[in-house]
Write a protein that binds this ligand. Structure first.
Ligand code: GLA
Length: 386
């Protein structure tokens, strides 16, 4: 039985109601990492792996949740809404519910069943997918008429307030706003965005999952954010117009940051370089110069690994293995870091052989499984036929 059929029948058997069904995808990001919360640019796209949520309203004020894949349930009254401490998954849903309350939208109790194909901890934004699905579904059911961009913000706030990760806007934006066969160039300061066609003749987006769970991710992520803010504060002591690393140049870092602290300099310099790198990479993509784009992906990886220090040995190993491979156009770690996937642009006819070579070598070297998947670029959050 297909995923959606199982979801629907589980819902009906359990709650005896007909649900609204929502699909909300995971994402990839071609380039522009750790730039979103520094008001820079990102270049993400929604993918064909998604979270699916079946939802219907109740007459009372109770929320009943089922996580199909985890075989777990959680229930709470609307009046007791707060972050859950011992398990994480309800937080993505409850955090999203809380945003409606904060906007003064009258809430109702509801039933929901969740299932997802987005692997957890793989850097493909499984949590953003659930948050976007929840906000989207409740917006429909409560007839709240909230615009998509505002829903993106609500989903991001759910992550901040209930999951405790001070993430930027990229993941929720990509999940909610994705468009088939397009990447999105998003200005994370103004939230202006542009869809850029991404149909690369004979080239595939290959994701290689290290199976390293990014357990450090949330604490280190929040720490990186603080380091960036420190650099901005130091520059602002001299240049008042500076509000974020988006406004900072390498010359400013030379003058006001490296002299004070090498680590803060390294972190912020990566971000300043990455914001510039993305702009040129977008031009490469529009000009069809994939070789140049690919080189920038490798450069991004090196910066993330050596300057921003959010990689790990498994990610570095995978990127190094393909660095001089004739069929690999670009490769880098993707997302927050400390585990998860590498994203690789690979010539189509070489994918199978590449994976067949890498898999046993990785498994021997790292004593971990290596899984792969070829991502296609799909639409963002949407209703599906029930
Ligand atoms: C995580 C966050 C995003 C972004 C990336 C790094 O995925 O959720 O907001 O900061 O890391 O680019």
């Amino acid at each position: 039985m297909s995923l959606v059929k199982t979801l629907r029948s589980t819902f009906i058997n359990r709650f005896h109601q007909k649900p609204l069904l929502v699909r909300s995808p995971g994402r990839v990001n071609i380039i522009g990492e750790h730039t979103d919360y520094n008001e820079g640019f990102v270049l993400p796209a929604a993918i064909d792996k998604a979270a699916y949520l079946a939802v219907s309203l109740r007459e009372d004020d109770e929320i009943h949740l089922v996580a199909l894949d985890l075989n777990d349930t959680y229930s709470v009254r609307l009046s007791d809404l707060k972050p859950v401490v011992d398990v994480n998954w309800p937080n993505y849903i409850l955090g999203s519910v809380a945003q409606f309350a904060k906007r003064g939208i009258p809430l109702r109790g509801f039933n929901a069943v969740l299932t997802s194909e987005v692997p957890i901890g793989a850097g493909l934004s499984s949590s953003a997918a659930v948050e976007c699905a929840t906000v989207f579904a409740l917006n429909e059911l409560l007839q709240a008429r909230i615009e998509r961009l505002a829903m993106v913000r609500m989903a991001q706030k759910a992550e901040h307030e209930y999951a405790g990760v001070m993430c930027g806007i990229m993941d929720q934006f990509a999940s909610m706003m994705g468009k088939k066969d397009h990447v999105m160039k998003l200005d994370c300061r103004s939230l202006e965005y542009e869809y850029i066609p991404f149909r690369l003749e004979g080239i595939k987006v290959l994701l290689l999952n290290t199976h390293v769970k990014h357990s450090l991710a949330s604490s280190e992520y929040n720490a990186r954010r603080k380091e960036c803010e420190t650099a901005v504060a130091w520059v602002r002591e001299h240049v008042q117009e500076v509000n974020s690393l988006r406004d900072v140049t390498e010359e400013m870092l030379d003058k006001f940051v490296i002299t004070r602290d090498q680590l803060i300099d390294k972190r912020s310099r990566f971000v300043v370089q990455e914001i510039e790198r993305l702009k040129v990479a977008c031009k490469d993509l529009q000009d069809g110069d994939l070789i140049s784009l690919g080189k920038k992906m490798f450069a991004t990886h090196d910066g993330l690994s050596k300057m921003y220090e959010v990689s790990c040995k498994e990610l570095d190993w995978l990127v190094d293995q393909v660095r001089n491979h004739e069929a690999v156009i670009g490769s880098r770690m993707m997302g927050g870091g400390f585990g998860g996937c590498t994203i690789n642009l690979v010539k189509e006819d070489a994918v199978e052989e590449l994976v067949a070579t890498l898999k046993p070598a990785y498994e021997k070297e790292m004593n971990l499984p290596l899984t792969h998947y070829v991502a296609s670029i799909e639409n963002g959050t949407e209703l599906i036929q029930s």
